[in-house]
Design a protein around this ligand. Structure first.
Ligand code: ATP
Ligand code: MG
Length: 344
């Protein structure tokens, strides 16, 4: 794990990281998106704090499981996080417990492994999660065991975040918009942040002039799903930025994203595939059949949007896309769909 964190790719803001003047801010709406991004993006100090907690936890866990390794994943590591984002952790324990398991008795014991955490709570999702806080602070952690696909897809998303300088602000504004309109909570039957990120990436991949390609297709050696997870963080450094002929400003991309999912995308017919940079026809297989929203996990190829299983929630999500699209098209002001001052 030392190598993991000393990798140049675990540094929070490499030199090529864009500044506001370099990002495509040519109009009021694009400027507002950049302003929101600069104010909300995770800071190096935020990551340093998460990394300090991770390393203390790792030491305590190693007293019980000598060879276990603890990885920071999710938006803390993929460059798509906000100052307020939680920290996702994956505990990799080889041997006895190869599956992504977290039994109630394990979770109870976990409290006694370390004195650095409080308010632990077991969340019995498909991949069980132990949620806790750093003692005395508001920093929240979501820990899973052996769900190593999360390590692979974190570094895939990280590579996308560097593929074009519009990706990070675009994803941040969409996450904030979805949260503000209460359609960003998988535990309540709406979209997880991870699903939203894949939806944005696929929108950008499927333009007539794509903003980004499929990195898994273009650089298969960097995203080999069988490579040891320990080596995963080393991969993306070989990927140069993508030079797209589509240089649409951020405001236009945000409007286009809302329009695409409000009007053009056929939810009943297609699967959103970032892996192939396309939409794929829905087959009759179990994972797509009778599902309102189909978004393919780029490595495991299952449906990351399976939480949306109620028609009413699906309708509410689509209605929000449509309403925001029509308002933003008329007003061209981010405040009309997301009150920037309250969010910042
Ligand atoms: P936020 O900033 O809102 O916390 P996030 O980018 O961390 O957003 P989450 O939805 O919290 O996104 O997911 C955290 C990480 O967990 C993802 O980056 C991904 O690595 C992993 N993950 C989440 N859902 C799935 C899933 N269905 N299949 C595989 N991995 C997943
Ligand atoms: Mg997260």
């Amino acid at each position: 794990y030392d190598r993991y964190y000393s990798s140049p790719y675990s540094r929070p803001h490499p030199p090529e990281s864009p500044t506001s003047s370099q990002i495509y801010a040519k109009d009021k709406l694009s400027d507002q998106i950049v302003e929101l991004f600069e104010a909300c993006r995770q800071q190096p100090s935020d990551l340093a704090r998460k990394e300090m907690c991770r390393s203390r936890l790792q030491q305590d866990i190693n007293r019980v499981y000598a060879v276990a390794r603890l990885y920071l994943t999710g938006s803390s590591m993929n460059e798509l996080g906000c100052r307020s984002s939680d920290a996702d952790l994956c505990l990799v324990i080889q041997g006895k417990c190869e599956q992504s398991c977290f039994t109630p008795s394990q979770s109870k014991r976990f409290k006694y492994v370390t004195m650095y955490i409080e308010k632990t709570q077991l969340i019995r999702a498909k991949v069980p999660i132990l949620r806790f806080r750093e003692k005395g602070s508001n920093l929240e952690f979501d820990l899973n065991v052996n769900n190593t696909v999360g390590i692979r897809n974190t570094f895939l998303l990280r590579a996308y975040s560097y593929a074009d300088q519009r990706i990070k602000p675009m994803i941040l504004v969409v996450k904030k918009w979805a949260r503000h309109h209460q359609i960003n909570d998988a535990s309540k039957g709406t979209l997880s942040s991870y699903t939203l990120v894949l939806m944005v990436l696929n929108y950008l991949q499927t333009r007539k002039e794509p903003v980004i390609p499929s990195l898994q297709m273009d650089y298969p050696e960097c995203f080999n799903p069988f490579v040891d997870v320990d080596l995963v963080p080393e991969g993306p450094k070989r990927i140069p930025p993508y030079i797209s002929r589509n240089q649409a400003p951020l405001g236009e991309l945000l409007l286009g994203f809302l329009e695409y999912y409000a009007i053009h995308f056929r939810w009943d017919k297609y699967v959103i595939s970032v892996r192939e940079a396309q939409v794929l026809p829905k087959t009759n297989s179990q994972q797509w059949k009778n599902k309102y929203i189909c978004v393919e996990e780029p490595f495991e190829r299952n449906n990351v949007a399976r939480a949306v299983h109620e028609k009413a929630k699906f309708d509410a999500i689509r209605a929000q896309f449509a309403e925001s699209f029509h308002i933003l098209k008329q007003r061209r002001d981010l405040n009309s769909i997301l009150p920037i001052r309250d969010i910042i």
